[in-house]
Design a protein around this ligand. Sequence first.
Ligand SMILES: [Zn+2]
Length: 402
Amino acid sequence: MSGATSLLDAIAGVGTDRRGGYSRHGFDRAEAELREWFTAEATARGLDVHTDRNGNLWAWWGEPGPDAVVTGSHLDSVPGGGAFDGPLGVASALAAVDLLRAEGFTRSRPLAVAVFAEEEGGRFGVPCLGSRLLAGTLDADTARTLRDTDGVTLAEAVKARGVAPEHLGSDPETLGRIGCFVELHVEQGRGLVDLGTPVGLASSILAHGRWRLSFSGEGNHAGATALADRRDPMLPAASLVLAARRAAASVPGARATVGRLVPTPGGTNVIPSTVDVWLDARASGDGETRHVVAEITEAAREAAEAEGCTVAVREESYTGTVTFDSTLRDELAGVLGGAPALATGAGHDAGVLAHHVPTAMLFVRNPTGVSHAPAEHAEADDCEAGVAALARVLAHLAGAPC
Ligand SMILES: [Zn+2]
């Protein structure tokens, strides 16, 4: 069997994006191909692969639960994302199983590798879709009607992959099998570079959410309409982008980003009739995050009014600050010889599961800190250090005596 980087090499050609990097989204063709790859690799290791009611994959070493030690991550990406965010955790889990097998490891608890669906929300807009549905923190009726940019609903998309849309939703039976969860992930920052160490543990995740602001004005001719006669929704949209930076800069550690803006109809010589803007905002606590978003939306409302436009604000997702189980983290830090703990600004399925079961995350050093972009990277030696660390952690948690 092969190490994490060899496993990743095998899927390097799947879902490449013509703009660079990868676009692999929940239940699309590329992600389906990765699911097939995972199923084949897990089956080759003697693991039993099941798909749960929300389209998450579970590869079991031993009888499924209860009190199982579960590791894993996701296989989908953001649009034009990197090769490591998600797949590194899945490949490392498989490689850790290989290491444990080679060592003749004996389990005293069931062990599973999980692959969660649509973690990035790159297709249906809601991050951690599979784990939120599993945990019952995303309403199934709402989820079924989510649409991708082609108008395909989540219900239609899962059905096309053999998952019954009517069964989407809270899955206490599957959740109840998880005794603890450990997700390995490429670091999305330079914390480990600065510390000069290849592997660390997560301490917390910033509160974060997504908001959609829809500005409405009057579509008209770019040449024939005098400036004084315009109700151009692009102006308050532009104000929003600047307000986001301003508001985030006023709160230490806060981040606010506009990475997607869609004018309708979208023509060079056309004043748009509507502009949809998606805001991503994050800060250390719920209060700070809510404060930043309130400042931005207030600025957006004022700018819309000044231009004779209206704005509708909709919260598409929100996750409060996650603090990982400190007992488990300290225990694993001991197993790993004092691995450092770092806070992260990125959301993860581990953040969803942390509300239900003891959860930990391992980070692997990222030399540039770049993530959600083609330059995202981890050196092969660091990836193998991550696999070795994950194997130690799994052996500690699932081994005898526990
Ligand atoms: Zn990820």
